[in-house]
Each structure stands twice: as C-alpha cells, then as structure tokens.
Design a protein around this ligand. Structure first.
Ligand code: ADP
Ligand code: MG
Ligand code: MG
Length: 897
C-alpha cells in the first residue's frame, strides 16, 4: 500500500481523470496542460512572464475513501505530500513556512461532480504571526499581508474548528462600524490586526504551517461526510463512496490593491447563451468575496476599462478553453498586480435556451460539429422551452412549495372537482384543478384545466404522470391544506375558495401569487435548427401518443412522424358518448349490445376521420378498447349510497338504479388492472372490437389521403388470444375490401412478462409490437403505479434501493431486459417485425437511449415531449457511433446493460 500513488502534480493530470482527481483537480490539470505550465508573457509582450495556472498538486479521491473507511490518512500520504510540497517550493521559488517571503497555498476540495458550496476550501495556508510580518515586508504591502492573515484565521476557524461564520462576520461588521467604513476592503491595518487577535480567541489557531496544512487537508476530507454534503448527495443522487479530492495550490492574490482583482466568468452569457461573456469581479478582493455578497460585484465588461490587459487575456483564454472542452465554460480567475491567473474551469451549467443558442452558434463559428453541438445539450432541460413560464421579474411571489411535477406555468380559478373543471373549461374559463390527490376519474378534468395542484404525492404520482403526459403544468405534494367538504384551500392562514384565482409554477414546484405574468413558449429558429440536425442523425422514429385531432395536429407541428398510440377509450368518455356506452354495458344480451354499439359507431368513425386527416399519410396505431368496463359506470360505493337513499325515498328511478347497481356489482373486480380488460374484453364481447374496426375502416376510406392504420390488440398474454382477435379484424376489414398488410396492419401491445417470454409465438400473428412499458413495469416489478409512488418510492430512493422511479426512466436491467428479450425472439420469428414503445418512457431521454440500443424502430410519447425525444434519439445515435461497438448491444440480450 505504501507505494500507492496518492498525489498527482497538476502537470501530471488531465480532464479525463475526474474520478481520481475530482472535477476541479482534473480541470486545473487540463488547464495547466492546455495553457502551459511554463511562464507566459502577457498579450502586450511585456517582459513580465508568469504561468497562467498557479502550480500545485491533487490528493486523490482514493485517499479520501481510505480516510473515510479507516478514520486515518493512508500510509504514505504524508511523505508524498511532503515531496509534492518540495516540488512546489522549487517551482514557486519560495519556501512554505518561511518567515520572510513564505509560500502560501490554498487547500481546495473538489469532488467528481461539482457540489457548489457543499465542501470546503481554505486560502492563505502558511501564514502565522511571524510570517505575516515577513510577507508585509516582502510585498511592501502591510494591509494586504494582514488582510490575508485575517482571512486565513477566519476560514481556518470556520472550516477546521467549526466556529460559526456569524461570529467572524459579526466582529467584522462591528469593526467596520467603529472604523466608519462601508466595506471590508477599506478596513485599515490596525483594525485587521485587532480582528486577527479577536479571532484567535475563538479557538486555537496552529502557528506551525505544516500543522495548518495537515489539519486543512483533513478538514476537506471530513467535509465530505459533513451533514451539508451528505444531504446534498441524497438530493442529487451522488454516491457517498466517491470521496473528494484535495487540491493544494500556490496562492495568487487578488487582494493586493487596486491593480488586483478576483472574479468569475462564463465564456458566453449564462442566461441567453449570447456570445458575449458574462460574469462578475471585484477589485482588491479574494476568494468567495464575489459570490458571498460582502460587496456588490461589478460586471465583467467593466474589467476591460479597469484592467484592459487582464480582460483581453481572459477573453482569449476562455475561447481556448471552449475549443478544448468543446463546450461553454464557467471559470474562476484572479488578477494579481495586473497579471491574470486561471483558478478553475468547468462546463457551464445553463438553462435550455442558452444551451440551444450555444449549440447553434458553436456550429456556425466552426467550433463544434453538429454531432458535438448536439451532445452539449441536456435533453431533460428542454422541457422548459416547451411550456409557458412566468416572468420572474414581474409580480412573481411564492406562496407555498411543492414538487415540480409537470413543467410550465398556469393561472386560473380554483375548482375542486373534475366535473367543475370540465364545465368551466368548456365555457372557456381558465381553471386550476385542486385536489388532495387525483384518480382515474379526475382525468377528464385534466384536459379541461390549465394546471393541476395537489397536496399529496410526488413526481410519479397519478397527478404528475397524467399531467406530464398531457403537457399540463402540475405541482404535487404542495404545502397547502385542502378541505373538499368546505370547498376551501388554506395556505399559511390565507383561505382560497372555489373560483378564487391561483397560479402554479410546475417548473419550480411552487404555488405563486396569481398576479404573476405568463410568457408563452415558442420553438424559435435556433431550436428548430437543432431539431433538424437531430432528425438527420437519429435512427429511431418519433411518434406521438394522441387521441384527438387537436393533439395530433400539434404533435405534427412538433415533428411527430405518426401516432404510436391512440387510446380509443377516451372517445367513449366524452359526455355525448357515455350514456351510449353505459347502455351497451347494461344490455342484457349480445343483440342489445350490438344495438347500442350501432349508435356509437358513427361517433367513433367521426373521431377517426379527424385523427386521420390530421395525420395524412402517416402511420396511426389504434389500440382497441383496453380499460375494464367499470370505468364507464358510476363508482360502486357512491352508487350504493345513492340506491340506499332512493330506497328510503322510494324515488321513481329506483328500479333503474337497482338494475344499474346489480350490473356494477356483477362486473366489479377486486383488482381490475389485472382483470377483465384488454384483449380479454375483445374475446368476451367481440362486438365491441367489431364496431371499432368498422369505424376505423370506414374512416380510412373516407379521407382523401389515407393514413396507415395499425390496429393494436392490448394486453395479450397467449398467442391464441391474438390469433382470435386478428381473425376478427381481418374478417371485418374484409367487408370493407381492406386488405391486411396493404391497407392496414395488425399487431399487439407487449405489456405482460409472459408476452415477452413467448414473443416468438406471438410474432407469428403480429405485424408489429408496441411495448406498453407502463403496464410492463407494473406487471414485471409487481408495482401498482398509482400506489407505490406516494407510499414507498421516496423511501426506496432515500435508502438507495433505486435511484429513480421505474415509471420515469425504464428499469434497464429488469424491465428493459424483457423488452430486449421480446425484441430479440420476436425478430427471430419474424425479421420484418416492426418494434415501437408507447409508454411514458418514450419521452424520457435516458429511456430513449435505451430503446435505441435495444434496436427498436420508434418511440412514441406525448405531444410536448416530441422535441425532447427527437434530440435524445439523435444523442443516442451519436453516442453509439462514438463509443462504437463497445456499448453496441442490439436486441440480443447477451451483452452488458
Ligand atoms: P469552490 O468549489 O467553492 O468554488 P474553490 O476551491 O474554487 O472553491 O475556491 C474558491 C475560491 O477561492 C476560488 O474561486 C478562488 O477565488 C479562491 N482560490 C482558490 N485557490 C486559490 C489560489 N491558489 N489562489 C488564489 N485564489 C484561490
Ligand atoms: Mg466557488
Ligand atoms: Mg471554485
């Protein structure tokens, strides 16, 4: 173990070593490599040469992991640090611990993923009571020396000895008041000296520089297991066992007076992505002064006036770094007496609009290829571009927090039930549906509402899933009290009644003051450009899940190449259909049902005509009736209560109600999701499917430019089920002179594990498979989607059993394995088998990448997620090409996951 390498000089590392060196260490090493460890002349060519990146070394994350596990530093670390310090002294030409002109260092944390503000950094390590005098003489700058010492004693006390930051800040505030100055940069030497004395009274400050260094390194290790960092990792799904690296770096000083400064900058505007760099700086300051708010920083453009040479060089370096990283950069720098030093760089986090703008500009500038540019976009973030948002600068005020369940902003009048939402929505009113939680019965209200607000549930609750699917903004689990009986919602004592205005911000997860102003989204020219590139590069097709002509039209504008799932049951839920549907279910025999269905036929046909017109010439997958019939009837307990009342009052409709109750009881099932639904309905009541096929065929013949209907049979478990259903379809279609394979195709939804296992047998009767990954996830894991989210998924995520809900991103090793298996054996039986996916996962970027690798032909998702799926599909194709065969398993489930 003792010859294990724990320490790397900056000159030894590179950006590919972030696991070992942490993000900061790897990037500082990369900058050292790119900008050169050798002294550089400033752009003016003046004689004054200096390296751009102050020298130093990194203690690896492995050392932190050993420390974490064993409680002490790994063997050999001390010696390696001592050696590295000797090398650093040589490069710097100064000695650590020297009394006259000491070498000072910063001790900086840096994990694999950036954890802003969570881990600790200590500056000016190496100063003590004697060295501060030496530094003062050597630099001929007494104020600077004492300012640096003051900062060290303060940071050391805070980070290493846990003295509360407010004690130090309180003392500084008093000192400023006594001295009659506004900022700490104005504090005179004597006051700084007094502050240092006062601070040393708070804890025992070690005068020995070696001891300072040892304690500082240990404190950075310890900060990894600090409460702050631990909870940050929980929220951001960062593993606890990564550890942090420690960077020890020669100090440079932005606090040496008016020709010195420190700052942060983005290589382009961090909000819009426009090519002008943005950022902040402070003259005569150090470290976190710029971000901590001790003084108001100045805009980076002003640096051009104050320190033109440093500014020019900074701009050039950011260009160089962008080219090297092939991405927008976020840098930290210091100017010491006119000389620029780079202290950090990393790929800039940015909102979607800036990401898109950067991608387009970078290609135009010749900085990136289209493929490279596409890879810089976080497909998940694009959601924000596809929904209205609030103008944050205008009347935006948060009333209560909740979960950001479905992005977008909405303002409207409160309604407490779906029926009111439908009624008022149809009357053209903007409403927000407010419920403790939602159920299948509420879905009609989702269509009618501008937004959904619940007091229970999380990101994968029923409300969240349905809202996201429809592109309706939603906030779930909000800190509001809803009393349905009283028809009131209370937020911190303020009572809202039905009809009162409320606003929700589904992108932020907040209930906001209704005065907030809405900004409509649009796909601008740049986003369009990026989407066109994506279309050229992707292999996966992208279709939409849509049941209405309106959704279909919208989806086509957003780039849908067909409908991957049309749920016909929504067509039976509309108000004019429900009584007919009920009559059909209530009928005593097949003839009675047929009669009722005859009335539904023209209505359903009309629906298909609308849909087919919207999708002119494109494939349209229509799923025959799937849900259990009870969904079309009144809810059983309610109906029982109703009948009870009718019996007491002996009302006229009692007989009718009794009959309805008997029927509802008859078809009632303990677990309807696994009961009489899907193809099972088609087998028990073939007349329903017959009517639907008649409607489809008639509609297809009625439109000018016919689509390609793909008739999909749901919930098949046995090949014989599909065989029967298919014969029915073919025979009905034959009555319309429509030929299978030419005028339409027949396939099945794959949503049961058994169907995956026997996919080769099923494929004999199918022209296509479409994976219904919502139900497949439910049936494969045994998770009831509507229940598990609010009950135990949050705990499972906290306990790291899973890292996100399997209903959000496909569970690749488990449910995904079934998909690959079915794709593989299905294609083995029928190489021409078309494969698609139509679950919620079709619009989730990580899942899209999985489906690409699994060899599927297309994904289908809700209209608003189509642009995201297009980009994600292109990214998957590009990754595939770059990584080559390494990740390139196709459908055959013999490769890795
Ligand atoms: P964080 O991860 O919180 O940004 P850093 O390690 O980057 O912490 O340190 C914070 C700030 O301290 C840097 O932005 C820089 O201004 C200052 N700093 C760190 N190391 C040095 C150094 N060697 N010389 C001068 N300033 C430094
Ligand atoms: Mg910082
Ligand atoms: Mg930093």
């Amino acid at each position: 173990m003792s010859d294990h390498k724990w320490v790397y000089d900056f000159a030894e590392g590179s950006k590919d070593m972030r696991e070992l060196l942490g993000g900061k260490g790897a990037n500082v090493a990369e900058m050292t490599r790119v900008l050169g460890a050798e002294p550089k002349a400033p752009p003016s060519g003046a004689a004054d040469r200096h390296p751009i990146v102050p020298a130093g070394f990194t203690i690896t994350t492995e050392a932190c992991v050993v420390y974490m596990r064993s409680g002490h530093e790994p063997e050999g670390l001390d010696d390696q640090v001592a050696d590295a310090m000797r090398r650093l002294e040589k490069t710097a030409g100064k000695v650590f611990g020297d009394d006259e002109d000491p070498l000072l260092v910063s001790v900086r944390s840096g994990a694999r993923e950036s954890m802003p503000g969570m881990l600790d950094t200590i500056l000016n390590v190496g100063l003590n009571d004697r060295a501060v005098e030496g530094l003062s003489r050597a630099t001929d700058n007494e104020r600077f020396a004492w300012d640096s010492y003051r900062r060290l004693v303060q940071m050391f006390g805070n980070v290493v000895h846990g003295v509360g930051g407010d004690r130090f800040e309180g003392a500084i505030a008093r000192a400023k008041q006594d001295a009659g100055v506004k900022t700490d940069a104005e504090l005179p030497v004597e006051v700084l000296q007094k502050l240092v004395e006062e601070f040393k009274g708070f804890y025992e400050f070690p005068q020995d520089p070696q001891e300072q260094l040892r304690q500082a390194i240990r404190a950075v290790f310890d900060s990894w297991t600090g409460e702050r960092a631990v909870s940050y990792r929980r929220i951001n799904r960062i593993p606890d066992d990564w550890g942090t690296a420690v960077n020890v770096q020669q100090m440079v000083f932005g606090n040496k007076g008016d020709t010195s400064a420190t700052g942060v900058a983005f290589s382009r505007d961090e909000v819009t992505g426009a090519p002008e760099p943005s950022g902040d700086f402070l003259v005569n300051a150090q470290g976190e002064d710029v971000v901590s708010g001790v003084r108001t920083p100045r805009d980076i453009s002003e640096l051009a006036e104050v320190m033109p040479e440093g500014h020019k060089q900074l701009m050039e370096i950011m260009r160089t770094l962008e080219a090297e990283y092939k991405d927008m950069q976020d840098v930290e720098f210091t100017i010491e007496e006119g000389r620029l030093y780079m202290l950090q760089t990393r790929n800039a986090k940015r909102p979607a609009q800036a990401a898109v703008r950067f991608a387009v500009d970078a290609v135009e500038e010749g900085l990136l290829t289209r493929e490279e540019a596409l890879r810089t976009i976080d497909a998940y973030s694009l959601d924000a571009l596809l929904h209205p948002t609030f103008d944050r600068s205008d009347g935006y005020q948060v009333l209560a927090r909740g979960v950001a369940a479905s992005p977008g902003a909405a303002v409207g009048a409160i309604v407490f039930n779906a029926g009111d939402a439908v009624m008022q929505g149809q009357a053209g009113k903007n409403v927000i549906l407010v419920r403790p939680f939602t159920e299948a019965d509420d879905v009609a209200g989702f269509h009618a509402a501008k937004g959904i607000l619940t007091s229970e549930g999380g990101k994968a609750s029923h409300a969240a899933l349905v809202a996201r699917g429809m592109g309706v903004p939603a906030v779930t689990g909000a800190a509001v009290a809803i009393d349905l009986d009283a028809g009131a919602m209370t937020i911190g004592g303020r009572v809202f009644k039905a009809g009162d205005e409320i606003a929700i911000d589904g992108s932020e997860g907040a209930v906001v003051e209704p005065g907030a102003r809405l900004i409509e989204p649009e796909i601008d020219e740049r986003f369009d450009t990026v989407l066109e590139w994506a279309d050229e590069l992707r292999r996966l097709g992208v279709r939409v899940n849509a049941d209405t002509p309106h959704d279909a039209e919208r989806a086509r504008e957003l780039g849908a190449e067909g409908i991957g799932l049309c749920r016909t049951e929504h067509m039976f839920m509309a108000e004019d259909r429900q009584p007919k549907m009920r009559a059909m279910i209530m009928a005593d025999d097949r003839e009675g049902r047929r009669a009722a269905l005859r009335e539904l036929l023209p209505l359903q046909q009309e629906d298909f005509v609308g849909l087919f017109e919207a999708m002119r010439g494109l494939p349209v997958t229509i799923r025959l009736l799937d849900p259990p019939l009870h969904e079309f009837l009144p809810n059983l307990p309610e109906l029982r209560a109703h009948v009870e009342r009718a019996r007491i009052e002996q009302t006229d409709d009692l007989e009718e109600l009794e009959k309805l109750l008997a029927r509802v009881e008859e078809i009632h099932e303990g677990n309807p999701m696994l009961g009489t639904r899907g193809v099972r309905l088609g087998i028990l009541y073939p007349e329903i499917y017959e009517m639907q096929v008649h409607a489809i065929m008639r509609a297809a013949k009625a439109v000018d430019e016919p689509p390609h209907p793909e008739i999909m049979i749901p919930l098949v478990a046995y090949e014989h089920e599909l065989e029967i259903a298919r014969e029915l379809v073919v025979s009905v279609a034959g009555e319309h002179d429509m030929r299978e394979g030419e005028d339409y195709t027949v396939g099945t939804m794959i949503e049961l594990p058994r169907a995956c296992f026997i996919a080769n047998l099923i494929a004999r009767h199918a022209d296509f498979f479409s994976f219904g990954t919502n139900d497949l996830t439910q049936t494969a894991i045994g998770f009831s989607r509507d229940d598990v989210e609010s009950k135990f998924i949050p705990t499972y995520i906290d306990d790291k059993i899973i890292d996100r809900s399997p209903f959000e991103t496909i569970d690749a090793p488990g449910v995904g394995w079934l998909v690959r298996l079915a794709a593989w054996v299905g294609r083995e039986a029928d190489p021409g088998l078309k494969l698609g996916i139509c679950g919620e996962h079709g619009g989730d970027p990580d899942s899209v990448a999985f489906f690409h690798r699994a060899g599927l032909d297309y994904v289908s998702c809700s209209p608003f997620r189509i642009p995201i799926a297009r980009i994600a599909a292109a990214q998957a194709a590009i990754d595939d090409r770059i990584v080559g065969g390494a990740l390139g398993w196709s459908a055959a489930p013999d490769g890795g996951t």
